[in-house]
Design a protein around this ligand. Structure first.
Ligand SMILES: Cc1ncc(COP(=O)(O)O)c(C=O)c1O
Length: 380
């Protein structure tokens, strides 16, 4: 079955008891067992829940994995992957990553004895040079956040394998509709399901998807032992969102491309970061790696000025001033004061996350209305 068909049918098998085309939401926290010490398929909802299980089967199918695990948030998923590391291990991460991931790396993992360093993952020589004998994980985000840098997943997978490290890819921006990192050799795919997978700004969730059964079992152990699972109602919302993922992404990408092309020739904007533009350094790689589409996230720079960027971000009406992304509603935010405020200011400056940067999540409104909204805000 093709992607869109699997998004609707895998994991969503009709209920055999009632014939309901949408499986019921299983709310029970515990399950009666056949005998003491004899376990049925489900025993306790932290360890397994039929609604979460349905969603996990859909996601595993869409990401070409052997299995998936769903978490209470994207950060819980990232943390679970990080629990594979031991004190003394080294994790290498991209410079263009979500602010919360940066915070987890430097303020949670580092104090726990895990060595952390950042590298520009668009520069494969630099990545190669940054591995140490203790590197156990390479963590990348592509397109990157907030600079929309494009990292070569297949090349990073090869480098990671050569150094005996796992490659983990935060696939939140691209989604499996555009990029399937496991098919390119990655070991772990991570999602903030809060974003495009859910797609409607009404659920918080996360996921890990892997292609290797023993890795799935290790991660399952860690998830069950620590407990940050996705609840059944939230699992249902993400399952429902996935059914329209491919359709939504088509429309998101089309509008984003149209807005990026318009902004690229607008004098009020000094820089447009969108991989769909030929001027973007990662354009060709993105065209190959993202299935000919380029996502719906972009960043623009009005100039180097924090206040001017703030004014623009506060002046839109349809683009709502909020962190997060990937939903029907278009959102606008200023990375320096919002999504990436937890970055060390010196690191922000060193990595090009300037004060004048504004990040847009292009939603599903009519594109003409969105263009008008930005036009008005840029003139404000
Ligand atoms: C790319 C990316 N990864 C991870 C996360 C964390 O996900 P959550 O907010 O669901 O914990 C976010 C949240 O904004 C994100 O944008």
């Amino acid at each position: 079955m093709k992607f869109r068909t699997r998004a609707i049918h895998v994991g969503n098998e009709r209920d055999p008891q009632t014939g309901a085309v949408v499986p019921p939401i299983h709310v029970a926290s515990t399950y009666v067992q056949p005998g003491a010490g004899t376990w049925g398929k489900f025993d306790y909802s932290r360890s397994g829940n039929p609604t979460r299980d349905s969603l996990q089967r859909t996601l595993a199918s869409l990401e070409s994995g052997c299995g998936a695990l769903c978490f209470s948030s994207g950060m819980a998923a990232t943390h679970c992957a990080a629990m594979l590391l031991r004190p003394g291990d080294h994790v290498l991460a991209g410079t263009d990553i979500y602010g919360g991931t940066y915070r987890l790396l430097f303020q949670v993992l580092r104090p726990a004895g895990i060595e952390v360093s950042l590298v520009d993952t668009t520069d494969l020589d630099a990545v190669q040079a940054a591995f140490t004998p203790r590197t156990r994980m390479l963590w990348i985000e592509t397109p990157g956040n907030p600079l929309l840098s494009i990292t070569d997943i297949a090349a990073c997978a090869e480098l990671a394998r050569k150094h005996g490290a796992l490659l983990a890819v935060d696939n939140t921006f691209a989604t499996p509709a555009l990029t399937r990192p496991l098919e390119l050799g990655a070991d772990i795919v991570m999602h903030s399901a809060t974003k495009y997978l859910g797609g409607h700004s009404d659920v918080l969730g996360g996921a890990l998807v892997v292609a290797d059964q023993s890795l799935l079992e290790r991660l399952y152990f860690l998830q069950n032992a620590t407990g940050a699972v996705l609840g059944p109602f939230d699992s249902f919302l993400v399952s429902r969102g996935l059914k329209t993922l491919e359709l939504r992404m088509q429309e998101h990408c089309q509008s984003a491309m149209s807005l990026a092309q318009w902004l690229a020739v607008d004098d009020r904007v000094t820089r447009v970061l969108y991989p769909g533009l030929e001027s973007h350094g990662g354009h060709e790689l993105a065209a190959r790696q993202m299935n000919g589409r380029f996502g719906a996230m972009m960043s623009v720079e009005v100039d180097g000025d924090l206040e001017k960027a703030r004014r623009v971000a506060q002046s839109t009406r349809l683009f709502q001033l909020a962190v997060s992304l990937g939903a029907a509603e278009s959102l606008i935010e200023q990375p320096a004061t919002m999504s990436h405020a937890s970055y060390d200011a010196a690191d922000r400056a060193a990595h090009g996350i300037t004060d004048g940067l504004i990040r847009l999540s292009v939603g599903l409104e009519d594109c003409d209305d969105l263009r008008e909204d930005l036009d008005r805000a840029l003139s404000a």
